[in-house]
Design a protein around this ligand. Sequence first.
Ligand SMILES: Cc1ncc(COP(=O)(O)O)c(C=O)c1O
Length: 377
Amino acid sequence: MTHIEFYRHNISEQDIKNIAKVLKGIFLSTGKNVADFENSFAGYLGCKYAVGTTSCTASMHLALEAFGVGLGDEVITTPLTFVATSNAILHTGADPVFVDVEEETGNINADLIERAITKKTKAILPVHLYGQMADMKKIRKIADKHKLKVIEDAAHCMEGARDGARVGQLSDAACFSFYATKNITCGEGGAISLNNEKTASLLKKTRLHGLEQSAYERYEKKFTHSDMAFYGWKYNMNNIQASLLAGQLSRIEKLWRRREEICKRYTKAFQNVPGINLPKTLDGVKHARHLFTIWVDSGKRSQIREELQKRGVANVVNYWPAVHLMTYYRKRYGYKPGDFPVAEAISEKTITLPFYPKLTNKEVDFIIANVLDVIKL
Ligand SMILES: Cc1ncc(COP(=O)(O)O)c(C=O)c1O
């Protein structure tokens, strides 16, 4: 029986050779492979610096801390995201302040941000949901007016652009994920991109306990004792992760083009089908095409998902419940259903379909046929 996995990575024989080379060498932790990957990644994004970390969560935590966000501060974000986004805010001691999302895209509604700003607000942390950039031009303008930092959760959006600006170009820092199902992956990993040299240099220290020198620097040069000038964490990317990412990064646009083709095939089949709505790709957007979601009748979502699974089409939900309705957030902040109605409505009706370059057209057509069949139930 056909079984289509939700995700299959795109690691090649050459990528495996690259890892083997690191494993046969001496230095497994943060070293030259990481520095080389950071340079290539910054080059790809069109920004000055990239800092390799262990995850997007760690990246957001580090970036918020680097901009001085801490206890008693507030950071504005979206409730329609993975818990990592708001958890990273909690890691700093600050409180997340949620703002509802746009009906058409599921991205934070920039028109609602200003009314959520208080004296405690320090930063805005938009998420580029599914791979479509939030309205960064508007968000940057609001941030400048209120002297706030902008940190992008770009876990879905390495390849994205909007209104002529790439991801990372209108913010103070952008944070990326190389988690197992991301567009390029090393199982677990992350990065921060930014244009400020001083902050980049600080982040390279705070990702490793705040130490002045990494083990590699001590290994390469003559051994010296390393002072700890800053408070830091253990969030450094290692050479094994970097070596696995390097090859995928060189193919990133090719991989994106294949997802774009699959997206076109899905969109053609699903648009104008009763019972299916698709998030809108706005004019002026280069969508990174990370997740392909359909929005179905909320009352039938579970039945549709389970039936698809039975027929061999793996699928997941991004995201349910909306973060403010997770038990911890309800208990800590007293949130209740109805607080962010648009995010809640999307979270009730969304289904994410398999969407990766290795899918064959035959598999895509199998998924389409089953979705069209099941939606009639
Ligand atoms: C929107 C979003 N933000 C953050 C993360 C966290 O990424 P990581 O697992 O690299 O910390 C994810 C991961 O799935 C995500 O989808």
